[in-house]
Design a protein around this ligand. Sequence first.
Ligand code: ZN
Length: 143
Amino acid sequence: MSTKVCNSCKKIMRFQDTHCKTCGAEYKKVTPKWIVACAVLAALGFGVVVGMDKNRESDKKTVLQPVETNFSSSNVVIEFNECKGRVKAVQSAVVGTQYKSAVLVDTDIAYMARICTNDGSVLITCSASDRKMVTTKSNDCPL
Ligand SMILES: [Zn+2]
């Protein structure tokens, strides 16, 4: 017998109930944090290996950081439309959760979106001209 918890009063509800028997609040499905984390990691993970190449001027800040810190910036060669698709997939995974996301640029030549995570945010930039996806991690969420 599976149960769920009311979003509003935290009382146990029966799984088939759409509204809480105690307070009448409608049950809303909450995306668990780990799903969001997985979606973000899946989008970013493939960039980690390529991101190890840190001899470019834009990566100087990364080099100065302690080794224990996760990569904070990476870029990979990817078709513009595929890049956009990946970013949008991550964004749709966080819709309705506490994780904010925003599209900053959406043009034929560039797509840029910021997605907030547990410990900051990631800025993902897709560029059509050089077919690159650049991900930059920050420690804050300025949305
Ligand atoms: Zn309730």
